[in-house]
Design a protein around this ligand. Structure first.
Ligand code: NOJ
Length: 730
């Protein structure tokens, strides 16, 4: 509640924003089919549906398929292998229930796109949706029905290796891209030959691991959970996501894979989710390590009753559920509900009608020119220009370039983390891409200099020689693919090995120095930020990493990416995020304010930051209402002008701040963004709508409210700049 002039002003309670969540094709008509099946199933067959194993190639697995006592496999791919197992289930088992095949298709199946964090830097939901569509088409043609994506964990700590797999730190950007990926994977019809069921993960809070250490404990208040961590999941469910994966982490003392609050109260009851939840790999078994279950039987009961329907590779449901039902500790109704949810998705996937995959499809859809074209566009839009002193970039194609560094010609590393079915042979490296685009390939001379990790400097000499013979030195440094992703947290997020030493020696040669960073996370590079003439963040760019970087380097594509994460100067600043709370002692030059003695509190590069080869000016901010009621909406517009000499895309961002509320609010919150293409001299009025969905938050009682009072609004190029306006909620 908020007091104004001594009068208590009622807060406005809104209906939950997302009641209409529906999985594509879902209608109550399929419940009858499920009832009919359930009526015939034995307990062993029912429990079988809740089991999910990796492999599928052992005799034991084949037998289970034939007996109808397994519901799902992961890591079985290819039409040949999946069809063979499916045949056992469909033709030999008593009730002919098909198997669902799952796989980690995280950023492409064969056509590997940039890592998801890079895709997020495009701020282009339409393109992200198309990329997911390509992944779905390739996967389904290879016998996969279900992808363990999108990963929508908010990550505020780049030490956490899995920051690479998600969309970064912001709930609005994260929610928008989560929904886009779900639409891309699933389309309007899960049974289509080019679509797969999505699995939104890791539910929930996994990205808040203490110390950025993977699998570590998380403590997240319910308000922060609802305002920051849940929105991407809510958006994905609202976009019709068929499944979710329960996370590994301990969440406020109740592990996420046994958490009735998140899995039942929020997911099923508040959001009306009709699909199923699969545990993460043995996360039910790990309830014993968490110390919340004394034995496997207790773990099985806790997870099932919390709302985890399928046990990934854990054998806990398999070993304990039948006994628990016999003893009456677990009800048949609870088992039936879990089976129902899994059968629902199998029916929606059309597996009962068409359990097999056409073996001819694979050849037709994998790595097609169209797929590669989308991968190249995705890769170019994900590149972020962090620095460009004296407009040293773009380079002329006749420049003599010394391309130095351990990542310049690495195929494997460009695939990034979780590129399961991706193959290094399909990658075009930076060296290959830049040589192909240069006017004379011989103008681009490469030298590795050193490896990504390790201390060997014996390659420095050749690198310096190449540098001396060049017009421009382009250093390609960063992290190998295995330095981010699962179980790949780093306590020190500077450049590994002797790469920084290499860059320092290259700088001393005296030629203009361009640094291309390739990594799965922001890397702390304070020296390079000060000394390089230009810096490009290229992440791990997928199979088209090389051509995309060449497009940007030579100006065939004007870089437009913006950071989806705040970029720390030094690891001691993390966790670091733009939507922080002001504190009672906001940062200033004065002592006794929130700051460090040794480093600034500001990031090296702010959230939303990214430069272009042209310039954009912002003017004419108009908020069309000075005042409005809490249920109303207003329009906020600004004019963006390309004041430079080349055409380019700008990602126009809108932020708000609720100046005083019943609970403290962040200093800025992203509430809208638009990508706009402008020719030199061209202006465009960009409009955003702000209403209850954007202006509310969860109050002290965790109710979603829009409260009266003053709001500030900014439209600008990133989270730190922009033109300012304001309005009041009555
Ligand atoms: C564990 C990971 O946490 C999860 O993201 C992945 O989908 C599963 N393994 C299956 O590979």
């Amino acid at each position: 509640m908020k007091r104004r002039s001594g009068i208590v002003v009622a807060v406005i309670l809104l209906l939950p924003l997302m009641l209409a969540a529906q999985i594509p094709g879902y209608g109550t008509d399929i419940e009858g089919k499920i009832d009919a099946l359930l009526a015939q199933m034995t307990l062993a067959e029912k429990i079988g549906q809740l089991k999910h194993y990796t492999g599928g190639d052992s005799e034991e697995h084949r037998q289970m398929a034939a007996d109808g006592t397994v519901g799902s496999f992961l890591n079985v791919t290819g039409a040949g292998k999946t069809n063979a197992l499916q045949k056992l289930a469909v033709e030999n088992s008593r009730l002919h229930i098909p198997i669902i095949f799952g796989q980690d298709v995280i950023h492409g199946y064969k056509t590997i796109f940039p890592i998801p964090l890079a895709e997020a830097a495009s701020w282009n939901p339409e393109l992200v949706e198309r990329a997911a569509g390509v992944a779905a088409r390739e996967a389904r043609a290879s016998g996969i029905h279900w992808t363990f994506a999108p990963m929508v964990d908010i990550a505020r700590d780049p030490r956490w290796g899995r920051i690479a797999e998600g969309s970064g730190e912001d709930p609005h950007l994260g929610a928008t891209l989560a929904a886009a990926r779900v639409r891309g994977f699933q389309g309007m019809d899960l049974s289509a030959a080019d679509r797969v069921a999505a699995c939104v993960k890791h539910y929930v809070g996994y990205g808040a691991a203490e110390g950025g250490r993977d699998y570590n404990t998380t403590e997240i208040s319910e308000r922060t959970l609802r305002d920051i961590y849940l929105p991407p999941f809510a958006a994905a469910v609202n976009a019709g996501a068929a499944t979710l994966m329960s996370a590994f982490n301990d969440l406020n003392g109740i592990p996420a894979s046994a958490n009735p609050f998140t899995l039942t109260e929020v997911l099923r009851n508040e959001w009306g989710f009709k699909g199923f939840v699969v545990s993460d790999w043995n996360s039910i078994g790990e309830l014993l390590n968490h110390g919340i279950a004394a034995d496997g039987a207790e773990a099985a009961r806790l997870a099932l009753y919390a709302g985890v329907e399928m046990d990934m590779e854990g054998r806990i449901y398999r070993n304990h559920l039948a006994d628990l039902v016999d003893k009456g500790t677990v009800s048949t109704a609870a088992i039936d509900e879990a089976v129902r949810r899994i059968l629902r998705i199998k029916l929606l996937l059309g597996l009962f009608d068409q359990p097999y995959t056409d073996p001819l499809l694979e050849k037709q859809v994998l790595l097609t020119p169209e797929n590669l074209m989308i991968a190249r566009q995705m890769a170019r839009e994900s590149i972020v220009l962090l620095k460009n002193d004296k407009n040293i970039l773009p380079l002329s194609k006749s420049t003599k370039i010394a391309l130095i560094g351990p990542l310049a010609d690495s195929k494997q590393d460009m695939l990034g983390t979780w590129s399961c079915m991706g193959e290094a042979k399909d990658v075009i490296t930076l060296l290959q891409g830049i040589q192909a685009a240069a006017s004379k390939p011989g103008h681009v001379v490469a030298a590795k200099g050193c490896s990504v990790t390790g201390n060997d400097r014996s390659g420095f000499k050749a690198a310096m020689q190449a540098a001396k013979n060049s017009d421009v030195v382009v250093a390609v440094v960063g992290e190998s693919a295995d330095l981010s992703g699962e179980a790949s947290s780093r306590a020190d997020i500077t450049l590994p090995g002797v790469q920084e030493a290499l860059v320092k020696e290259l700088a001393a040669v005296g030629k203009p120095l361009v640094v291309i960073l390739l990594a799965g996370r922001p890397v702390a590079i304070p020296w390079i930020a000060d000394h390089a003439a230009a810096i490009l963040m290229g992440w791990h760019g997928g199979v088209q990493a090389g051509p995309a970087m060449a497009d940007v380097l030579f100006g065939d594509y004007n870089p437009s990416g913006k950071l989806p994460v705040s970029w720390p100067r030094v690891v001691g600043q993390v966790p670091l995020y733009y939507n922080y709370k002001n504190t009672g002692r906001p940062t200033s030059e004065q002592k006794y304010t929130t700051r460090y003695l040794d480093w600034p509190v500001t990031p090296q590069y702010v959230f939303g930051f990214g430069k272009s080869y042209t310039q954009f000016a912002y003017s004419h901010l108009v908020v069309d209402k000075n005042e409005m009621g809490p249920q109303a909406t207003l329009t906020c517009s600004a004019v963006v002008t390309n004041t430079g000499r080349v055409a380019g895309d700008e990602i126009v961002q809108l932020y708000i701040r609720d100046m005083a509320a019943s609970v403290t609010r962040p200093v800025k919150e992203l509430k809208g963004f638009k990508r706009v293409h402008l020719k030199p001299g061209e202006s465009r009025k960009i409009e955003f709508t702000l209403g209850p969905a954007e202006l509310g938050f969860h109050d002290a009682d965790h109710r979603y409210v829009v409260e009266p009072g003053l709001f500030k609004v900014w439209v600008g190029p990133n989270s730190a700049e922009g033109i300012e306006g304001q309005f009041t909620i009555r």
